[in-house]
Design a protein around this ligand. Sequence first.
Ligand SMILES: [Zn+2]
Length: 433
Amino acid sequence: MLLRPHVVLLFMLDLVAIKVRLYPTKTQVAQLDRAFGCCRFLWNQMLDDRRQAYEQYKIDGIKSRYKTEKEYKQLFPFLKEVDSKALQNVNWHLQDAYARFFQNCKDRKSNKTKRYVSYPKFKSRKSRQSYTTDTINNNIKIDFARQKLKLPKLDSWIAYSDPRVFTESIRKVTVSKTKSGKHFASILIARENPIVPLTVVHEEKVVAFDMSMKDFVVTDDYKLGNPRFFRQSLKKIVKAHRHVSRAKKGSANRAKACRQLDTVYEHYVNQKKDWMHKLTRVLADKHDAVIIEDLNIEGMKRFNKGYAKSITKDISWGEFTTMLDYKLTRQGKYLVKVDRFFPSSQLCSACGYRYRELTLDQREWSCPACSTHHDRDVNASQNLHDEGLRLLSGKGITLIRATVGTTGSHASRDRVNPPSLEVVVDERRIHAL
Ligand SMILES: [Zn+2]
């Protein structure tokens, strides 16, 4: 399955989220906390009302029965103190959560999906806090020179630290506070992307990989290796957990130990993210198309419980795919997902014979038809590669097979428009929302 239809769009709009670290003053922290608190309160209140209505009538979808955020403001006047757009977003987010839940119920009934979307949950004071606000009448401002951000209902500008400058107008801002107490703002902008999808792809610039492979090796150029930070972080996480469990419940020491645990854990997650960003960046820059298996839950389990546990701790498959996809797409390149039912391991990459008798633990096998000897992973990867190329050409993309001594004009890119480098400049530091 190709993730993106092969349509030539001029000036595609990319929604880009720029996440910056905020450094609020004590007063601002208190104001932000109030906004988080009110949004959380409203969410929980609305969710509770809806749950009760559901218990009573066992049906959903009669929206008029539910109160809007404006009615809640009448009931709880303290809600008026915070940004009204933030409260409105709570209502939208909850409706969205319900819509996704009910749609998922339908889809699972009709066997469209096996993925499970859970019922909306109550929000806790102890987890990550956030609220989202929209731009209205230019109420969100950013001063790049002073590195300050102006948010609605906050009397003063909040300091942030980030070198990026953009000219696009701000659409939304999500302010968040991690469990360890760090503040961030995720600023959403729409950026024109003048890059046109490639119409010609050189086969040597296509890479395929099978997630079940031992080392998650991509090619000889970049082996994934075994990032040390996982083990180091694990030690620290274990130690921090021990401190928490030893401290007396409700004590100041325990609160301190909990904060320490959150800090250590966040550090590990950040390292993991950073590392995945770098890996997907290399992949997306080097290749015109990347072919991967479209894994189902079973496949993911195989991946998670697979050969290289310490490696899987450093990669989240879903996140990895998302990062890779947008980094390729923004350069007019392709992420090709091969159907998970494609028998990549069983096919003989030399003659196409399907060896159904192949067992899961068989690392090597010989083709009964053409007697070629195969390494399981190498063969699967080759099949995935061929299938991906077939899908690419099926979408009208011209494939150019590498010939010996390819240099000069052959090695250059074929594009409809010259590439604009400006668009991808800061991508390395852009985090998805
Ligand atoms: Zn064969």
